[in-house]
Every structure is written in structure tokens, then in C-alpha cells.
Design a protein around this ligand. Sequence first.
Ligand code: IPM
Ligand code: MG
Length: 357
Amino acid sequence: MSDYRIAVIPGDGIGPEIMDEALRTLEKAGSVFGHSFSFTKLLMGGAAYDAVGTCFPEQTVPVCRSHDAVLLGAVGGPKWDALPGPERPEKALLKIREGLGLYANLRPAIMHKALAGACPIKPENVGDSMDLLIVRELTGGIYFGEHGWRDGKFGPEAYDVERYSETEIRRIAHVAFKAAMARKKSLVSVDKANVLETSRLWRRVVSEVSAEYPEVSLSHMYVDNAAMQLVYRPGQFDVILTSNMFGDILSDEASMITGSLGMLPSASLSDGSFGLYEPSHGSAPDIAGKGIANPIATILSASMMLRYSLSLAKEADAIDYAVESVLNSGMRTADIAEPGTSAISTAAMGEAIRARL
Ligand code: IPM
Ligand code: MG
């Protein structure tokens, strides 16, 4: 029997509610397969600000590092919107990604057949199914370039610098090519090389790396075109490789095509097996505390944690299968319920998934 130590950051808004369901699901999977999990809860984001006066307590990174993996709910909310940029809950998220060296963000967007009705795209344009993986660079680019305010030609101005090194591009490219090798061997690298120097460097380095993966067919696409192609024919994509900000935008777009933002998990990885797992959606302050949020993205993030950080593929498959089976049975939280049909609570969805494990 193995014991796994998980650092847990429930966060703000719906974070604590959806995290509860994910932790219970892990416990249930543990009891079925003979593992135990111990959870160390940490404060980060607005919850930490309220409790200890900072969104990013100093011990966050070292405590996370002393665990096998990190599970995170969501951070941020209107309550903390007036904080200056460097003190905001969102900044804490960037700091934890940077502090833990999590440069590779994997965001799978899978359209579950049962949810086809919630997809806003015409069925004939989706193709047989949509199952794509966005590989988003997570610790570079404009999120981490120089930021500031200054006096400019037209008065006060602000700036954020997009910056990428060859090394940063090369390592994320390897992640994407490896992912493509394990899937359909097709990779689309998304950039804005007709305008941006960073994108021209991106394109050159990705093309160089492609020489090491002759079986993978690589194409390049401008981000504006990619955004359009995603809503036009999402079925054409398998693995998409892109920069931090483009990946942020395209992953929200892809998630909506699957029916709801509430369905998409994510894994943020560094070179070893350590990783941080969080739903791709935010803290949804408008529905926080109502018990109606969809816990599936967080539960699927826990499944990704089992697969990528703990090498428990069988256990991860079981959770994925349980989610699929609940969706097939017609149970829906409000975000994925068709108009006029009834929706179940966060807790009831979690319970239904556990019952199928
Ligand atoms: C995401 C979020 C974050 C990001 C925000 C909350 C900082 O939108 O994980 O996609 O932009 O990376
Ligand atoms: Mg985002």
C-alpha cells in the first residue's frame, strides 16, 4: 500500500467546494485500489490575503516541493480586485508556477459524446469528435516579461514585454512533440510570426526541434487564424503548441467548444514527475457558496495528477471512466444541463462519480 502526500490549495470562490469533491474522489479511488493520500492544505490567493495579509505566503513553494504533487482549486475574485497588480491573487498563481518551475501546461479539451448538445458548433463541423491537447508554455512570455508604468509621448502609459529565449521554446517544444508522438502525430504550432519577433524565434526553434521527431507532422498557424479555425473546424486539431498568452486564450475557447469551462482539467509540469493540477476555469465568484459549481474539471485534474505525477494510470482511467459514465447517465450540473432539464448539485455530481468507481 502506497501513501501519497498531496499539497492542496483550495483557493477562492468555488475553489473549496470543487476541491472537496476532488479530494473525496481521490480517497474513494485510494480505498478501491489500495492507496492512501494525505492532504496538506495551504492558503494562497485571496483566502491567504484575508488570513495572513499576503496572497502568496513565503512557505508556499517549499511546502509544495516537499509533497508528491499539488492540487489547486482556483484563486481570485472581485473582493481583491482593488489590490495593486503585484499583490493580486492572480500574481500568486504566476509565482507558484514560476517558483515550482512548471513551464509545461497541458490542457486537454475533449468533447464527451453525451455533451454534444452543449457544443455551440454545428455537429458537421466538429467532425467525429473533438479531442485535442493544448500545450501552453507557462513560465515565460508576456506574463513574465518586464511590466511597468512610465511617462510616454502621450502622457502616462503602461507596458508588458513579451520575451522568449531559445531554451524556453525548445523545452516546451519537446513536451509538445512527445505528446504528439503518443497521440496522432500531428502538431500545430501557433504564433504570430507575421508581426512578432518572439514568434519568429518560436517558429524557428520549433522547426529545428521537429527534426528530432520525423514522424510528427508539424504545421504553423497564426493565432488569429487558429482562433477562427477552432470554431470553424475544431476536429482538425490534435496537439496545439503555443505561448503563454495565446495558450491562455485558446484554451478558454477550446473549453467552450466542449460544452463548458467547467469540464477542462489541466496539468502544469516541470522536468520530473512533480506537477500542479488545477481546473482551467477560474473561481466563478458569482456562483460561489451555492453548491452548484461543476466539480468535473477538478476531479479530472486529480485524475491527471494520478497519471502524470504518481504513475497511477489504472486509477486515473477509473476516474475518467466514472466521469464518462455519469455524463452518459444524463446527470448534469447547471453549466452543462440543457435548457429546461434539471441540474444536480456539486456534491451530488461528486457522489455520482464516486459511486461508479
Ligand atoms: C488560467 C488563468 C490564469 C492565467 C489567470 C488567473 C492568471 O486564466 O490559468 O488560464 O492567465 O494563466
Ligand atoms: Mg485562462
